[in-house]
Ligand binder design. Sequence first.
Ligand code: BG6
Length: 613
Amino acid sequence: MCGIVGYVGKEEATKILLDGLTKLEYRGYDSAGIAIRNKSEDLRIVRAEGVLKNLIDKVNALGDIKSTSGIAHTRWATHGDQSERNAHPHSSNDNFIVGVHNGIIENFQELKEKLLHNGYTFYSNTDTEVLIKLVDYYYKKYKGGPIDAINKVMVRARGSFAIALMFKDFPDEIWFAKKGSPLIVGKSDTGCFLASDIPAILKHTNKVYYVEDFQSGCMKNNSIIFYDLNGDDVTSSMELKTIDWQLSDTEKGNYPFYMIKEIEEQPKAVWACLNVYTKNDLVDFDSIGITKGYLKSLDMVYILGCGSAYNVGRVSECIIEELTDVGVRVELASEFKYRCYKLKKNSLAIIISQSGETKDSYEALQKCKEEGIKTLSIVNVKGSAIPRAADYNIYTYAGPEIAVATTKAYSSQLIIMYLFALALAEAKGDISQSEMKTYIKELKALPDKMESILSNKASVQKFANQFVSKKDVFFIGREMDYAICEEGSLKFKEVTYIHSEAKPAGELKHGTLSLVTTGVPVIVVATQPELIEKSMANMEEVKSRGANVIAITLEEFNVSNSSKYQIYIPKTNKLFTSSLVIIYLQLLAYYVSIAKGINPDQPRNLAKSVTVE
Ligand code: BG6
């Protein structure tokens, strides 16, 4: 979804705003814009279609501009095409009010008719222009000041929004409001900042307030005031939080792209999780408040998420089923909200999300709460909406993840789910403490094995070119190997724009095999000892149709006759092979992406966290 930034203070606002946008571009790169003001001088608005660089070039062409306050936006189009006309900031026809918005106004058509009826005209097809003009309408009609107008809009507009506004009457003041979409505000010695996400302002401050739903406020003269829906000042109740991320964590460093940097950071991210959530080679969830007794009481686990987070659930399902008799159901959060089956009592809903802001996952969590089901969130971004609503929270210590296609957060979430499955199995008496210790030792050996794979990236890069011209690619496997293929295929699609499908290997012959012809690449993941013969039969099956078979397997399985190429993962417990296989699949997607000249950090039409349904 979009990214917004705002600043007022003593420093050059334009530079701070454009810098902030570069750190939010993973939230959308269809167009960008900025509105700046120097003290009480008139506002200047600059907008540009496409990636942020186009806006930066336009602003630089304006020469040396002075500005003490401003707002800025990078867009992921939902209403209206990617044109400059639909780019933010949007303004009232007299530029009296100018604003940027992250979210969706569901009843914008109805509001637009109301405003048209009151003489307003429109130059774009965005919901945001309607929102800004609705603020203008209430501001001018009731003359109750910015907070009164904003609060009226908060009630009248349905949907989600985080907005930042500049009013002609109030130079050097930035007004803001939140309902559903993320918004943080922070302060440094030289000014006040607001943004959709931490990386945008981390350069200036690591002290932030998380704006709550239906809150609004104003930044001016190095002070920030918060208001509730009644217009009462609630600043004293706000808690200033300290962010434990380093600015360097949000920088690319010497890497060409964030995706390869984050792929390389996986051993460290996995270590961080194991350090925090194990003690004496046993799982330690005490800090989270999940007791052995509670785990023992569980009969059912629901795992909910979107995209790669859902795929973590798919692998976890196989492990929980392998270790315990507890029921598991994995659901796409966007579907789960509308399923009609009754959630079982004695169950726990686990909501997995890197950003902690994905709307579909947030709504799925709310449904579980409404049905009285306990919720556990596994999230990477502290203070985000999902952990603030969940009963229990487990943070993954992967650090800021900037590339749109998740990698290190996926691997951290997987480790957490391994630990959860082991803790559940031990609580249920399905495994002993000494068996758990053996598993944990195996997990603690994973980071080195990941390092050994990463030290030989060339073994994957050599395959990249043969994929560049392909139209179809298949990832097949059985049971847990199929589940990891789902993530491999999603990564591949996300950053290469080549159609790929993950299929259960045994299912191919029931239809999809018609698409396997000479030269079609088929990646076969075969890491499960009890299924290797079946998987080799499937290799033969596609090979006989002319497919280029690449087997990702273990050295002990001799598949060289059934496959054209073999990639051997380091030996590990069969429950944890996914954590090693995924590194190869991420690297394949990355190298094919750059071989095609694609920027893997910002795949077209996608965004890092989607805060709309
Ligand atoms: C998509 C991202 O927008 O959302 C995916 O491009 C991600 O990489 C999915 O897996 C879910 O996001 P989150 O933040 O809820 O894990």
